[in-house]
Structure formats: structure tokens, C-alpha cells
Ligand binder design. Structure first.
Ligand code: C5P
Length: 430
């Protein structure tokens, strides 16, 4: 994939004034070595930082390196006479807009779950009245242990946000889940949380399509597209989290429905079109995000019984002749609709000429933005996570607008969704 472009046309929207203070708590895990890079990226994105380094975190990074990058003093000691003269643990937790724990160790999560307060970080967490986000990092057995999972459920139940760890090589030499989320994913997550109020899209209505469509040939066979629905469902979930009222029209996928969204399951492109039409007729839609991999073709006539293998007089099997016809282009239809969503976003999976094809698609389908990603093709696999987009957890996209295009770094599909929603929030703020 276009390495030069990934190298970053990275433009991250700045947080609004007064909503950009992060209290970063650095825990004791090998992923702490990524924290200097995280500090740089958070500062590039316009966040102000205060940093607490735990005793265990100090084993992996030095206070001097963190303070040089942050341009701030590093807090370490609950019983510091100078800091505690001003009730430092209360002040630190009050002065921030978000508390970010990265890496969040199993021990730290366990302490949070039971409410221990035996060092500066845990005391600030207990005293906190601000949103808290955790970026866990640990060995997969520790992550999957019922104790850790129970603590996680407790913390989630209290509204703590969890930036899910990824899978891959772990520092201990094992392979599995437990790698701290990548730095751009953590930055995107913070941007969404701080995008301006907890629910910046409250009062907005969104319609999202996701997954493949399934076009029947006969009762047992069909034409479809490769699509897991992961990206579309993540966008629906991120829109719900931002306060939008979301209707998700989805083809068959093996994913749970995003909590809080109204889900309309469909199979064929015709059913997807009818569902979208009904939603548009019912109420004005502010945001349309068309992520579904709609099949371009269907058979002109569906066979009512299973097509049998028939042999000719010569004994050879005669394959059936299927006459195909085009399916309706739902996005193009919505682009011309009397009730066109105020902001209309399409997707484009391209194997070549990514930007040119996406830009042409934007105009042809009358969308505002196209989210483009390259699929297949030689030279695609710059990063092994990008080698295939279908069904994977990561994506690399270019956001194509009338004014130009931006290349985003490789991100999890959840982080792509969070960042797209941050862009949507900025669009509506004007
Ligand atoms: O398949 P194509 O590259 O044209 O898809 C581009 C965009 O159009 C995607 O957002 C997809 O969801 C949408 N689309 C659609 N109905 C179709 C084909 C594509 O809504 N029949």
C-alpha cells in the first residue's frame, strides 16, 4: 500500500480549547516503552499532559525521558511533601478532562476494581471525577484469566472505557491477545472521548449500511461479496457512543448487533434499498454512512428449486446458464434522493488507482466523502496487518473529500470508526 502516503498526511483534528487535558498514568509493563511516542503524538494532536509514573512503570521508562518529551514534571510519589501540600492527588485528578492509563496492567485493573489506593496512581483513580480510559497490555493468559475478565467487566460497568488490546507477538515470546493498542489508535480514542461533550452528536440521526448482501440463485446457492461487517458495525457503534440515533441496515454477518442501534437485518440489495428507503421516508437523516459491500450482480430469475447437475446425451455435465442483471446502487440512489442525508459518506474498496477511482466515485454517487481502502493487488502488504482488509481487525484508509484527501495510518477498524466520527463531529460544528 502507498507507503509514502501512510508516512503521514496524518492530520489529527485538535481538541477544543478547554477539553484537551489528559492525565496520563504510565503503568509497569513492557508496552511502557511506547509511551514516549504516545506522549509526542498526543502533544502533536494538541493535548496538554500531566503524567504519573508508577513505581513499576519506572522499571521500563525513566522520569527524565518522559518529562523531556512532555515538557512537564513527572509525578511519582503519593507522599511527596511539596506536591501533597496542595493535595496533589486530588488536584491532579480534577485538573484533567480525561485520565488515560497506558499501559494498564492486570494489577492496576485489579486495584481499580476493588478500590485500592496505595500509591499516587491508584489514589488519583479512586479520587477521579473525570472519564477514565484504559489501554491494557499483558500476556494473553493474564488477559484471558477469569479474574482479569471479571475486573474488566466491573470497570466497564462503572463506565471506564477500554481501548481493546490487539493480537500478535508478545514481549514474553508468546503469540496472542494482549498487545497494547497502537499509538494512533489510542490518540484517536482520546479524540473521540474529548470531541466536545460526551455526546457531540446528540439529536443527530444516522443511517449506516454494513456487511455483504446475499443474492439468491436457488434455495441453496447465492452470489455475495467478502465482507465481515466489522468496519460498518464499528462505525454504527461509534456513532451511538457519540450520541447519534443510529439505524443499521445490515446483511448477514457473524457479529453481535451494536448495543443502542436500531438494527434492520436484510439479505439482498433490493431488501437493503427498501429498508434504506423506508428509513429516509420516515425521518430526515443527518448522516448516511454506506459501508455495505453490496453485490453488483444478481440472477435475473431466482430458481425456485435447487438446480440439478444435468448430463447431456454425451454424458458430460452441462453447467446452467445464469443470466445476471445489475442490483440497484443504493448509495447512488440515496445521493439523488429528495431526502438525501445532510452528510453522505460512501466507501470504496479498490484494487488500483485508489485515489482517482475514489474521487470519481464521490462525484458519480453524489457523496460528500469517500472512505477509500486498497484491497488485494501486489505490493499491498506494506504492513502484515494490511495485507488483507477483509475480515481483519485493521484497516488503512484515505479520506477523500472535495477539498483533497488525507491518508490515515494503519489503525484498528474501531479506531478508524472513532476517527471518522471525530471528523463527522467537526463537520457539524462547521
Ligand atoms: O461497489 P462500489 O465500489 O460502487 O461501492 C462504493 C459505495 O457504494 C460503497 O459505499 C457501497 O456501500 C455503495 N454501494 C451501494 N449499492 C450498490 C453498490 C455499492 O450502496 N449496489
Amino acid at each position: 500500500m502507498n507507503q509514502g502516503e501512510t508516512e503521514m498526511a496524518e492530520k489529527i483534528p485538535s481538541p477544543d480549547a478547554g477539553r484537551g487535558k489528559i492525565l496520563l498514568m504510565v503503568g509497569g509493563g513492557i508496552a511502557a516503552v511506547k509511551i514516549p511516542e504516545l506522549i509526542r503524538r498526543l502533544r502533536d494532536a494538541g493535548f496538554e499532559l500531566q503524567i504519573i509514573l508508577t513505581k513499576a512503570g519506572r522499571q521500563f521508562v525513566t522520569p527524565l525521558s518522559l518529562s523531556s518529551l512532555a515538557g512537564q514534571k513527572i509525578y511519582e510519589n503519593l507522599f511527596s511533601l511539596t506536591d501533597e501540600a496542595e493535595m496533589g492527588h486530588i488536584r491532579l485528578s480534577r485538573e484533567s478532562d480525561l485520565i488515560l492509563v497506558a499501559p494498564a496492567t492486570a494489577d492496576m485493573m485489579a486495584k481499580m476494581a476493588v478500590g485500592l489506593a496505595d500509591d499516587l496512581a491508584s489514589t488519583c483513580l479512586l479520587a477521579a471525577n473525570k472519564p477514565i480510559a484504559l489501554a491494557p497490555s499483558m500476556n494473553s493468559q493474564m488477559w484471558l484469566h477469569p479474574a482479569t475478565q471479571a475486573n474488566l467487566a466491573t470497570l466497564r460497568g462503572r463506565g471506564v472505557a477500554v481501548i481493546a488490546p490487539g493480537s500478535g507477538d508478545l514481549a514474553c515470546g508468546e503469540v496472542g491477545v494482549g498487545r497494547m493498542a497502537e499509538v494512533p489508535d489510542i490518540v484517536a480514542f482520546c479524540q473521540t472521548i474529548l470531541a466536545g461533550g460526551d455526546k457531540p452528536l446528540r439529536g443527530k440521526r444516522a443511517l449506516v449500511t454494513s456487511g455483504p448482501t446475499v443474492e439468491k440463485i436457488d434455495p441453496v446457492r447465492f452470489i455475495s461479496n467478502r465482507s465481515s461487517g466489522k468496519q460498518g458495525h464499528a462505525i454504527a457503534a461509534a456513532l451511538v457512543a457519540a450520541g447519534a440515533e443510529v439505524t443499521l441496515v445490515t446483511g448477514p454477518v457473524a457479529l453481535p448487533p451494536p448495543p443502542g442501534a436500531i438494527v434492520i437485518p436484510i439479505e439482498s440489495a433490493a431488501e437493503m434499498l427498501a429498508a434504506c428507503e423506508a428509513v429516509l421516508q420516515r425521518s430526515a437523516i443527518d448522516i448516511g454512512v454506506y459501508v455495505a459491500a453490496v453485490s453488483d450482480w444478481r440472477v435475473a430469475e431466482i430458481f425456485s428449486a435447487k438446480i440439478k447437475k444435468e448430463k447431456s446425451a454425451g454424458g458430460t455435465v452441462v453447467p446452467p446458464q445464469l443470466r445476471l442483471e445489475e442490483t440497484p446502487d443504493i448509495l447512488a440512489h440515496v445521493g439523488q434522493h429528495r431526502q438525501r442525508p445532510h452528510l453522505l459518506i460512501g466507501f470504496a474498496a479498490e484494487t488500483e488507482n485508489l485515489i482517482a477511482n475514489a474521487a470519481a466515485k464521490r462525484t458519480r454517487k453524489n457523496c460528500d466523502w469517500i472512505v477509500a481502502n486498497q484491497v488485494g493487488g501486489a505490493g499491498d502488504a506494506v504492513d502484515d496487518r494490511v495485507g488483507g482488509v477483509f475480515g481483519r481487525d485493521h484497516n488503512q484508509i484515505h479520506l477523500v473529500k472535495a477539498s483533497g484527501h488525507d491518508a490515515w495510518p494503519v489503525m484498528s477498524k474501531t479506531a478508524v470508526a472513532a476517527r471518522l466520527v471525530a471528523e463527522i463531529v467537526r463537520f457539524f460544528r462547521g
